[in-house]
Design a protein around this ligand. Structure first.
Ligand code: 5AD
Ligand code: SF4
Length: 453
């Protein structure tokens, strides 16, 4: 009987991309992906950036333990940031856990899983940090790839923002070799990908750890963007996440030069108060942030921005929170991920004295989210009547389907999700991966809907 596996992923897009790779790599070794209740191998790819992540992971492992009667035939593998943090202590607590791997250890995880599936008493720990980006096998053979694919360009972060655990659990910044990035992108595009998102914790710092210099006022990341953009069959390029402090003038130039660079940027602000930004160690102020937005909008007037915000950083006053709200309004963010500050072990902010109480933090969070909801709803509603270009990613279920219509889901260039109603026959190769013009007929909190134009 083949070994069956199920991956549960928590956290960011980097984890999602890691899980996709791990899944492909296990399939290439003959493992079969199945629903959680059918799996003999359970893989949890964890996140520790906020809230009570360890508890979430413990309760998930506990759930598997009781659902399977703690059977020794079940293998539980814990990867990602919580595995890095808690490490081998997980072995003591849960007998079914026989593999822990950090983000640097993932390259060796498929081999380890293959060994553990045979040797029932073995335990393997892969939580050492690497000094360099470890290349993984491509695991693309025979696989079809989604129209919108993700490619990792770096691992870890050197910034040590006061609140953030990432540098401690994902290690220092390690950039991936540019030729390896290009080869993976080319491989994906040959297999049907149309859009590529380059992923990293701080993409503008790409290459700095390798000492890459490019000249002509171009950063190593800028250079990589131009090289990926030149690959055949690419219709759209995105990247996430840039850090405002490392965004140079070459970024606005890239948006002006490269039509496939989609006019949507996720640019984490964190706070609209200069004093809080200073205490967070972000190394930019609101004036600089606004300057960046202005430069980028000059290059691409249709650009939409989204951001990350932390409310209730230690010592944040009501006035400073109000500064965040008014700055968000000034930029006009199309969307934001917002979080109440939470202490992460080992970070500088966790040692600060003037912590805010839960009620104040969640009250501010609710007000910020209410503003964002109203602003985004209005922005999307104003897109009615526009014709947008949508990359079709999969069939969708419609709420009130019209007889004879089929519905597809995709994203338009500014990153908004669109449900498209098709009243027409599919082209010979099917709709998947096609980029089609869509007339926007409505909007909801989750995105747009429209008709094939
Ligand atoms: N508390 C709350 N939010 C946090 N983030 C990172 N660390 C913390 C923390 N300690 C948020 C930041 C970051 C996003 C990925 O998570 O906004 O950009
Ligand atoms: Fe964390 Fe700051 Fe690095 Fe982002 S840039 S991962 S917030 S330390």
């Amino acid at each position: 009987m083949p070994n069956t596996f199920h991956i549960t992923t928590f956290g960011c897009q980097m984890n999602a991309a890691d899980s996709d790779w791990l899944s492909r790599s296990l399939v290439a070794r003959g493992f079969v992906p199945v629903a959680a209740d059918k799996a003999t191998i359970h893989i949890l790819n964890t996140c520790s950036v906020r809230d009570k992540p360890e508890q979430k992971v413990y309760s998930e492992i506990g759930r598997i333990r009781s659902a399977t009667g703690n059977s020794p035939d079940i293998l539980v593998c814990v990867g990602g940031c919580v595995a890095q943090q808690v490490g081998e202590k997980l072995f003591k607590r849960f007998s079914q856990v026989r593999l822990v791997f950090g983000t640097d250890g993932i390259a060796s995880a498929p081999d380890a899983i293959a060994r553990l599936a045979e040797a029932k008493r073995l335990r393997i720990s892969l939580i050492d940090f690497a000094d360099r980006f470890e290349e993984r096998d491509a695991a693309l053979d025979g696989e079809t790839v989604p129209p919108a694919a993700f490619v990792n360009i770096m691992q870890g972060c050197d910034n040590f923002c006061a609140y953030c655990i990432v540098p401690y659990v994902r290690g220092r910044q390690k950039s991936r070799d540019a030729d390896a990035v290009l080869a993976e992108c080319a491989g994906l595009l040959e297999r049907g990908a149309k859009e590529i998102t380059l992923l990293g914790q701080n993409v503008n710092a790409y290459g700095l750890d390798l000492g890459v210099t490019v000249g002509n006022g171009r950063s190593a990341f800028g250079d990589l963007l131009y090289r990926v953009a030149a690959l055949p069959n690419l219709s759209r390029l995105r990247f996430v996440t840039p850090h405002p402090k490392d965004m140079g003038p070459d970024m606005a130039r890239a948006f002006a030069d490269l039509p496939m660079l989609a006019p949507r940027l996720h640019l984490p602000l964190q706070s609209g108060s200069d004093e809080i930004l200073r205490r967070m160690g972000r190394k930019y102020d609101t004036a600089r942030f606004l300057e960046l937005v202005t430069e980028l909008k000059a290059a691409r007037p249709e650009m939409h921005f989204s951001t990350d915000i932390i409310v209730g950083f230690p010592g944040e006053t009501e006035e400073q929170f109000q500064e965040t709200l008014s700055f968000m309004e000034r930029v006009g963010f199309a969307g934001s991920f917002s979080f109440a500050y939470s202490d992460r072990p080992g970070t500088r902010a966790s040692l600060l004295g003037d912590k805010l109480d839960k009620k104040t933090k969640f009250d501010r969070l609710a007000r910020l989210q209410a503003w964002q909801y109203a602003f985004a709803s209005d922005l999307l509603a104003r897109m009615q009547g526009e014709t947008v270009r949508v990359l079709l990613e999969g069939e969708a279920a419609a709420k009130d389907p019209v007889p004879g219509a089929v519905y597809w889901q995709g994203r338009e260039e500014r990153g908004h999700s669109v449900i498209v109603r098709m009243m027409r026959e599919a082209p010979p190769g099917g709709w998947l991966g096609e980029t089609v013009p869509v007339r926007v007929t409505g909007a909801s909190m989750h995105g747009l809907k429209g008709d094939l134009a």
